[in-house]
Write a protein that binds this ligand. Structure first.
Ligand SMILES: Nc1nc2c(ncn2[C@@H]2O[C@H](COP(=O)(O)OP(=O)(O)OP(=O)(O)O)[C@@H](O)[C@H]2O)c(=O)[nH]1
Ligand SMILES: [Mg+2]
Length: 452
């Protein structure tokens, strides 16, 4: 194995904290740290995995911090190499000085994910565990972290192995048929095809789940739409807390879509104000309304703003009926002119609606509350995938699905089917990290943070 340089990085988040952990990994880890330890002999003699308290000194012998260290001997460490972990006090200045000393002593700064990459290269973990570790670090709630842990513990690897073994059995059968031709039992062949289709179904389920999740991951989009002059832009501005869209008493003020990002539930959510819907001959407005309809189609939640003082037009009725997830807001309740009529019309399409007057202060709060409820409902739909967890795995699984399609298509010509079946095995091996594809694996570690 090539000799790798000794690396150092802060493993805890940068910033002020009570304590911080600095990690050093590589053949020279112990010697490099020792140079900055005041009690060199004690450090040298200390057993592995035992905590020791030491002074860290600079080259002039001046003490920088009082720290705790733990030594790990290869291969019994996270990276599989010699390692030292220094638990120091969490001030930015102190941390930087210690890291600088370690670098002066001969280590270099670790790259993103380099510790985990070394663990992978030293076969301490496989690529799927490495990816799951990254997911665990980046998980934002209990559900996500529990799911990542399950993957670190190898639960989904078992599923991939199971699929792979099934395919191996099918290959054995197909190759026997290639060799012995017609003598093969028809029943057996049917059974194999059935198994293949079962794997295809399971893979398909995973892909669909991931697609659904992706829509949530990509960000929820809220569209504010409705008839002209209903107060859409006024509501948009009030939700944002600043005057983003122009509002006026003239109908058709907003001509184009206007978007901004807000944070709800720690997620970035795009909110878009649109051109009001009405019959018009104005070319620009027609284009604006076309855009509104496109936005309505792709939005996850539509806030339909309508005015209490206007009758419902056929155009409005048609649009409203076709929207799935919507929050209906009857605005301008201060005007009260046609309010009852409007409520009756809306009531025919949607049981629940809110009635507000945007002239009143904080009237947008009730709409924001509704938005949060809808977002919660969307987030509840987030289903964890059992197997596919990262983009890399997703791409491989899609390739496998496509190859299964080819196997089915050429089932009668076993020589061709066999080629695709063997490709599927290769893809499974790649997914499990058993095939040497350095570039691809490097990409995995690039998404990690430094110190991991
Ligand atoms: N009386 C009353 N006026 C309101 C209320 N909400 C908004 N307005 C006024 O209604 C007019 C239209 O408001 P906008 O927010 O521009 O309406 P819009 O739906 O964006 O209109 P378009 O962009 O033309 O489709 C403005 O003059 C607002 O000040 C309300 O609750 N009551
Ligand atoms: Mg507007």
């Amino acid at each position: 194995m090539e000799e790798r340089e000794t690396i150092v990085a802060l493993a805890t988040p940068p910033g002020v904290s009570a304590l911080a952990v600095i990690r050093i990994s590589g053949k020279q880890a112990k010697q490099i740290v020792k140079k900055s330890i005041k009690e060199k002999e004690k450090f040298e003699k200390e057993k592995e995995r035992i905590l020791g308290i030491y002074g860290i000194i600079d080259e002039k012998g001046e003490e920088i911090d009082k720290v705790t260290t733990i030594k790990y001997l290869a291969p019994k460490s996270y990276t599989g190499e010699e390692m030292v972990e220094i638990i120091c006090h969490g001030g930015i200045f102190t941390i930087n000085r210690i890291v600088e000393e370690i670098i002066k002593n001969g280590a270099r700064c670790a790259e993103k994910g380099e510790f985990t990459k070394r663990a992978f290269l030293n076969k301490k973990i496989d690529i799927i565990e490495a990816e799951a570790i990254n997911c665990l670090i980046n998980s934002r709630n209990e559900k996500e972290s529990r799911n990542a842990l399950k993957k670190i513990n190898g639960e989904h690897k078992k599923v991939i192995e199971k699929w792979k073994n099934e395919i191996i059995k099918i290959i054995a059968e197909v190759e026997t048929e290639i060799e012995f031709g017609e003598e093969i039992e028809i029943e057996n062949e049917k059974e194999q095809l059935k198994n293949l289709e079962e794997i295809e179904r399971e893979i398909d389920k995973e892909i669909k789940k991931r697609e659904r999740n992706q829509r949530i991951e990509d960000g929820i989009e809220i569209i504010i739409a409705g008839p002209v002059n209903a107060g859409k832009s006024t509501l948009f501005n009030k939700i944002l807390g600043f005057e983003r869209s122009i509002t006026s008493k003239h109908e058709g003020t907003t001509r184009d879509t206007v978007s901004e990002n807000v944070i709800f539930y720690g997620k970035q959510i795009k909110i878009t104000d649109t051109a009001g819907i009405r019959k018009t001959n104005n070319e620009i407005e027609i284009e604006g309304i076309k855009r509104t309809k496109k936005e309505i189609e792709k939005g996850n939640i539509v806030i339909w703003v309508t005015s209490a003082d206007e009758k419902m037009s056929d155009e409005e009725r048609r649009e409203l009926i076709n929207i799935n997830r919507k929050i209906v807001v009857i605005n301008k309740s201060d005007k009260e002119i046609k309010e009852k009529e409007k409520e009756a019309d809306i009531g025919k399409i949607q049981n629940e609606y809110v009635k507000i007057s945007l002239k009143e202060e904080k009237s947008e709060d009730v709409v924001i509350k509704k938005i949060k409820e809808e977002i919660e409902k969307i987030l509840e739909q987030y289903e964890f995938t059992d197997v596919v967890q990262t983009k890399r795995q997703d791409l491989i699984i899609r390739e496998i699905k496509s190859e299964i399609g080819k196997v089915k298509k050429h089932w009668e010509t076993k020589e061709i089917a066999s080629i695709s079946l063997n490709k599927i095995i290769e893809y499974f091996e790649e997914c499990l990290g058993k095939i040497d594809k350095e570039e691809i694996y490097n990409k995995v570690f690039e998404t990690f943070c430094i110190g991991k």
